[in-house]
Design a protein around this ligand. Structure first.
Ligand code: HEM
Length: 414
């Protein structure tokens, strides 16, 4: 039971993934070949279990923006029973709850707020790189791309320094759930980590509420401050912990993969890595954007029809799912010239769907872009001679794509 609950909880995005539909062999097969196979059968393909899957940009974008589709549907009899689900706040809510809760979180992640965070991100990147440089050979994931988003989101959520290390440790354990739960011992570690994370949040909330009760206190202008300012009014007490969990998990299980996928793609395309190293400040943003299109960290999501919808020549009945293959949509040849080619110099032709589309468009997109761009820029500035020092091992999840083990060394620039 725990194994089930945990894998459901921490697959976050997987919760609305009525899959095994595609019978992907995670980690082994190249998902892009599978998407092209599906594409040859059309933009909307019925699945054996009575749902649909789409590798097409137009259909995916339309479904994600269509209010006749939702993430949660009482109409869906095949969905997981509610008591088995762990509340992932507004990621798993439809309007009006989605609108109410998202409005509380979004201002803290606006491009303007996030731009103000740049110095802290730069400092964290520099600290991690300085440490990595001491050794010459290091694991890009465990030494750099994983600790960065954890440190940043910890700062952003206002987790006190005293708790930050434990917070990061538990976060890493929870992230490991994406690759499946390997044993009962692993499940127990996950459960313990998730309980301790909740404890950290509960202590943090108690501290912040106590501070608010002091005479003359004003709510602090940060994520938790904004949430607490409307507690009991726009957000119920029981909704706070799920929202913090969502911000935490969404914040550090994705950006780590974006940085890893970017470096991996660039080392596979040495001329583009060299171009980046010649102009890191000018090209890092474009390289991140092309990685988001070409090898997105979140490979798919899904929506459930809330009513009957005619779509791409098919009737999607109420309760049926459409799995939107982000990784497929982002390489749709109807939208991008030479779509399968990685090219950081590419002219923008359409919006990729790496951060989804419509009302669930990723709240953390400005933060993810800032972190990943600074990370890549600094890597290119400091380590132009970066090379692989062994085999890159990918996560085995078919849903979240990125390296889990990425040995690199810093050689002299060629
Ligand atoms: C939603 C991707 C980083 C917070 C989403 C969705 C995607 C996504 C695809 C929508 C899922 C759907 O439509 O069903 C990514 C990627 C990231 C990233 C690829 C990094 C490269 C972040 C960060 C945060 C964050 C740093 C910060 C806290 C959220 C939240 C939602 C969300 C709160 C729910 C939005 C809603 O349901 O309205 N993300 N994300 N994400 N993301 Fe991100």
């Amino acid at each position: 039971l725990y194994v089930n609950r945990l894998s459901i909880a921490y697959h976050g995005y997987a919760r609305r993934d009525p899959m095994s539909l595609l019978h992907l062999a995670p980690g082994r097969a190249d998902p892009y070949t599978i998407y092209e196979g599906l594409r040859s059968r059309g933009d909307l393909v019925p699945t054996r279990l009575g749902n649909f899957v789409s590798p097409g940009h137009t259909v995916c974008n339309a479904v994600l923006r269509d209010r006749r589709f939702g993430v949660r549907s009482s109409a869906n009899t095949g969905s997981l029973p509610t008591e088995n689900q762990v509340d992932m706040s507004f990621l798993d809510a439809d309007p009006p709850d989605h609108t109410r809760l998202r409005r509380l979180a979004q201002p803290s992640f606006s491009p303007k707020q996030i731009a103000g965070f740049r110095p802290q991100v730069e400092q964290t990147v520099d600290k991690l790189l300085a440490k990595a440089l001491e050794s010459g050979t290091f694991d890009l994931v465990s030494a750099f791309s994983a600790p960065l988003p954890i440190a940043v989101i910890t700062d952003l959520l206002g987790v006190p320094d005293a708790d930050a290390d434990r917070f990061a440790e538990h976060g890493a354990v929870i992230g490991s759930a994406l690759d499946g739960i390997r044993s009962l011992a692993h499940a127990r570690r996950l459960l313990a980590a998730s309980r301790e994370l909740d404890d950290v949040f509960v202590r943090l909330l108690t501290m912040r509420r106590t501070l608010l009760e002091l005479p003359g206190a004003t709510p602090r202008d940060d994520v938790i401050g904004r949430i607490l300012a409307t507690e009991g009014d726009r957000i119920q007490t029981a909704e706070i912990l799920p929202m913090l969990r969502l911000l935490l998990v969404a914040g550090f299980e994705t950006t780590v993969n974006l940085i890893g996928n970017a470096v991996n793609a660039l080392l596979d395309h040495p001329a583009q890595w060299r171009a980046l190293c010649e102009d890191p400040a000018g090209l890092a943003g474009a390289a991140i954007e092309e990685t988001l299109r070409w090898d997105p960290p979140v490979q798919r999501t899904a929506r459930c029809a809330l009513e009957e919808v005619e779509l791409a020549g098919h009737t999607v009945r109420r309760g049926q799912f459409v799995v939107t293959l982000i990784g497929g949509a982002n390489r749709d040849p109807a939208v991008w010239t030479d779509a399968a080619r990685f090219d950081i110099h590419r002219a923008p032709e359409a919006d990729h769907l790496a951060f989804s589309s419509g009302i669930h468009y990723c709240v953390g997109a400005p933060l993810a872009r800032l972190e990943a761009t600074i990370a890549l820029q600094r890597l290119a500035e400091r380590m132009p001679g970066l090379r692989r020092a062994g085999t890159v091992r990918r996560r085995s999840s078919g849903l979240i794509r990125g390296p889990i083990h990425f040995p690199v060394r810093v050689a002299q620039a060629a």
